[in-house]
Design a binder for this molecule. Structure first.
Ligand code: HXC
Length: 259
């Protein structure tokens, strides 16, 4: 499938890599880009050969936000009727395989929100995160007030969103927004290494772990613990559990069949 605003490739036959590709606009997000991204994610999610997905951008920008030139023309009626830009974001939430954001440069506004919709963020040390929407007379619209607050706490989320300032990669790592920070030239290597480590684990366990971690954000603790326990016990019905434990006991590498 040909795309206008993204590039899609596969690494090591098992990692799907989606590169945002609107460099002149610093990968500013528009509805068409989000539609293409959603399609590419769904295709990788449905492909049995793929075990993990990476979303990345360019060196200068992961994405500098929703396209301001597009938004400048919108009325409330337009934005509301079109469910402007955010409709296709729901696709990202529905992806069951792990999605890693590999962020270099600016991840601002919708770009920061896109990174936060991924399961975890690996950042280059030149990364800059922020939600500068209030400088434009709007507020974050794709989960920024919710996900950033859960990731970094109320005080820092208020600071970032109300002032519109940018946060460097080291501050983002200290705050818990990103899981690892590496040199820009090592970013893809690091993200691919993480993706391949995930692919080496049992796929059913990976999907169950992702679902269970997400429960921590979407339900009360008791409900989440109950959900985790049900899945934990259920995994003893898989061949992968037999294989993983037999391999450990017999001191050999596990060969998961994702069954
Ligand atoms: C459209 C953008 C853009 C954006 C950059 N560009 N960000 N175009 N929408 N969000 C364009 C610039 O207009 C410029 O085009 C080119 O990219 C290079 O940008 P410069 O500003 O010249 O680069 P630089 O001086 O290095 O500054 C980089 C920057 C700045 C700090 C990232 O571009 C910036 O502040 N951008 C806006 C960031 C922002 O406010 N994001 C939040 C948007 S609101 P030309 O043609 O002049 O070369 C949002 C709401 C989300 O995301 C809602 C839910 C999805």
């Amino acid at each position: 499938m040909s795309h206008q605003f993204i590039q899609v490739r596969t690494e090591a036959d098992k990692v799907g890599v989606i590169t945002l590709d609107r460099p002149k606009q610093l990968n500013a997000l528009n509805p068409e880009l989000m539609r293409e991204l959603g399609q590419a994610l769904k295709a990788f999610d449905a492909d049995d050969a793929i075990g993990c997905i990476i979303i990345t951008g360019g060196e200068k920008a992961f994405a500098a936000g929703a396209d301001i030139a597009d938004m400048a023309k919108l009325s409330f009626a337009d934005a509301y009727k079109q469910d402007y830009i955010t409709r296709d974001w729901e696709t990202i939430r529905a992806i069951r395989k792990p999605v890693i954001a590999a962020v270099s440069g600016f991840a601002l506004g919708g770009g920061c929100e896109l990174a936060m919709m991924c399961d975890f963020i690996i950042a280059a040390d030149n990364a800059r995160f922020g939600q500068p929407e209030t400088k434009l007379g709007i507020i974050p619209g794709a989960g920024g007030t919710q996900r950033l607050t859960r990731a970094v706490g109320k005080s820092k989320a208020m600071d970032l969103i109300l002032t519109g300032r940018m946060m460097k990669a080291d501050e983002a790592e200290r705050a818990g927004l990103v899981s690892r920070v590496v040199a820009p030239e090592k970013l893809m290597e690091e993200a691919l290494g993480a993706a391949l480590a995930i692919c080496g684990n049992g796929r059913i366990a990976i999907v169950a772990a992702k679902e269970s971690i997400n429960r921590a954000f979407e339900s009360p603790m008791a409900e989440g613990i109950w959900f985790e326990r049900r899945l934990f016990h259920a995994l003893f019905a898989t061949q992968d559990q037999k294989e993983g434990m037999d391999a450990f006991v017999n001191k050999r590498p596990a060969q998961f069949k994702n069954q």
